[in-house]
Design a protein around this ligand. Sequence first.
Ligand code: PGA
Length: 260
Amino acid sequence: MSDPRPIIAANWKMNKTPEEGYQFVRQLAVKAKELTGIRFIVCPSATGLHYIQEAAKDTAIELGGQNMHSAEAGAFTGEISALMLLACGCDWVIVGHSERRHIFHESDADIQAKIPVALEKGLSVILCIGERLEERQSGATESVIRQQLQDDLSGMESYPVERLIIAYEPVWAIGTGVVATPEQAGEAHAQVREILHGLFPALPSNEAKILYGGSVKSSNADELMKTPGIDGFLIGGASLDIDEYVKIAEISQLAIKERP
Ligand code: PGA
């Protein structure tokens, strides 16, 4: 059985110096000792990882990269490889974040190339998917997430997909302050679960982990975490502040017990 604890993942994006990240993780490590019902994954910028792993050592905090290249090494200026992330203490890597897709024009083919490499090298993957506002408004949400999952995970039938988790992040909710309602998130998560089960019949649908991301804060964490099918959060803005991040974790630890 997979770990039933909610995952509270922090995506710091292009924020925090190595020193700021180190201090954050040290403080979080103290809190994590009390929050044993929560699984913490922190994804600092690549420049901070090597230093921050010292603060995460012998704690319950797992580290992740925010992106990686599909090649093992080579002439790819500015890129980082799976092995580099592993050497900096990462267990995880985020792949296909909407900012990578939309600002840096990563295609589904680019994303598809990264996932098998990450899993082969020993990283677990957080694959981000989600629809844009106009796609939701035109009723295309399910077809968009289906297409992304099919394309990003094609050819993966023989891979250890139990080390892959999905973050459903509607693009219109990321960094906007507009959060999906529990109904919208719950519906999308059920669709993701069903699509994943279709792609990987050997993965029991209740074992698949699906995070919600997009303007998660302490003020909306309770109702989202009480929504069946939401296995945790991928948090951007609200993960930068230690008090707010810990508050979300505390709320989540309580809320999961009250889930219908
Ligand atoms: P946000 O970002 O929490 O700032 O909306 C979420 C994400 O991009 O993963």
